[in-house]
Design a protein around this ligand. Structure first.
Ligand code: PGA
Ligand code: ZN
Length: 423
């Protein structure tokens, strides 16, 4: 049972404070987890508690840390750590708000994940097996964000993320190797063209480009350079994060205002010209009608992923299922703020024929919990940025360890993760 709950303020990959929680059980088992943080956050996300004031530019999390120590900890003492659902519910009751605004989703999530780690340690199981059981065996396709734009870069590129998906590899390890070869090839393509090779928040290159489609062309050139085949070996994926450039009913894209229909026409053209398996947040977080029209036009060929649209929230997801507004869920633990609610969202998605992509945030730490969650849920896809910057690579490295641990039982998701896509 839970004997100790502690917390501290640490730094994330952008140099902003975040919450780290430690849980110790009476059998000596321990768990630790650190909480990520987004930049292009959705309006409907659970609330991150920040201190305000001068310290760390107002971004301190000492109140969230104190809440863990003084309020959450005492409430949870004596709970069996394997009672994850009861523990998460106890925190929701204690917070007693719709969006975790009182204690903070950062405080609650830190405890929730640290409890799971402690319970796994107590059971002497790796986290992915403790949560997923013996059927947890699918290594996800690493959706590597190798060119950063939008809120993650200082450039004119509107689309936030240009990802490569090594769908043709036989193992996760081979997928990583192929992804890295494309990443390095892209660097030399950019250099040759005199474009900047500095990195964005998620480790991808962040060049200034005249048009968004130029990013797709550069990546296609990089794939060709490696000798891999675009489409069968390496597919492409986007996170447009369109909420970021939506205001007053219009999408300001490449300097001009567009309707949802015009944006959909742009994506349709891109999907015809490039092997795109997945587009995330093609439209804004409240443009439900626009999403439904887009899905009716593109949804049988492509994965259409709701991130800001769903915020890993079962109620918003249920609306999306009912209205056919997407066909996949982006899964971010800190958007909803507890492990139980995250797993509930994944379960609802899978039961409804939606795919799931496990996801990091643009502000990350060395914590690798999401790698284990990707395998535990057999979701088949994970995005953790480029194969560069340790907070990104840490998740891919953990998946290499898990693949080794699973040995012959391991299965790489590959192209099967994208059943709608054909080259
Ligand atoms: P964020 O970006 O973590 O800054 O929200 C990631 C995403 O939009 O998927
Ligand atoms: Zn997104």
């Amino acid at each position: 049972s839970i004997e100790f709950v502690g917390a501290r303020e640490i730094l994330d990959s952008r140099g902003n404070p975040t919450v780290e929680v430690e849980v110790i059980l009476d059998d000596g088992a321990e768990g630790r987890a650190a909480v990520p943080s987004g930049a292009s956050t959705g309006a409907f996300e659970a609330v991150e508690l920040r201190d305000g004031g001068d310290r760390y530019g107002g971004k301190g999390v000492s109140k969230a840390v104190l809440g863990v120590i003084d309020q959450i900890g005492p409430e949870l003492l004596g709970y069996d750590a394997s009672e994850q659902r009861l523990i998460d519910q106890a925190m929701l009751d204690l917070d007693d708000s719709d969006n975790k605004a009182k204690l903070g989703a950062n405080a609650i999530l830190g405890v929730s994940l640290a409890v799971a780690h402690a319970a796994a340690d107590s059971a002497d199981l790796p986290l992915y097996r403790y949560i997923g059981g013996t059927n947890a065996r699918t290594l996800p396709v690493p959706m590597m964000n190798i060119l950063n734009g939008g809120a993650h870069a200082d450039s004119d590129v509107d689309v936030q993320e240009f990802m490569i998906a090594p769908i043709g590899a036989g193992t996760f390890a081979d997928a990583v190797e192929q992804g890295v070869s494309v990443y390095h090839a892209l660097k030399s393509v950019l250099k040759q063209k005199g474009l900047a090779t500095g990195l964005g928040d998620e480790g991808g290159f962040a060049p200034n480009l005249p048009q968004n489609v130029a990013a797709l062309e550069l990546i296609a050139t990089a794939v060709e350079k490696t000798g891999l085949t675009l489409g069968t070996d390496i597919a492409l994926a986007l996170d447009v994060a369109a909420t970021e450039f939506f205001a007053d009913g219009a999408y300001t894209f490449e300097g001009t205002k567009h309707s949802a229909e015009e944006m959909t026409a742009i994506y349709t053209k891109w999907a015809a010209d490039f092997p795109i398996v997945s587009i995330e947040d093609p439209l804004a977080e409240d443009d439900w009608a626009g999403w439904a029209t887009l899905v009716s036009q593109l949804g049988d060929k492509l994965q259409i992923v709701g991130d800001d649209l769903f915020v890993t929230n079962v109620e918003r997801l249920q609306r999306g299922i009912d209205e056919k507004a997407a066909n996949a869920l982006l899964v971010k633990v800190n958007q909803i703020g507890s492990l139980t609610e995250t797993l509930d969202a994944v379960e609802l998605a899978h039961r409804s024929g939606f795919s799931c992509m496990m996801s990091h945030r643009s502000g990350e730490t060395e914590d690798v919990t999401i790698a284990d969650l990707a395998v535990a849920t057999n979701c088949g896809q994970i995005k953790s940025g480029a194969p560069a910057r340790s907070e990104r690579v840490a998740k891919y490295n953990q998946l290499l360890r898990i693949e080794e641990d699973l040995d012959d039982a391991a299965r790489y998701a590959g192209a099967a993760a994208f059943p709608r896509f054909t080259v």
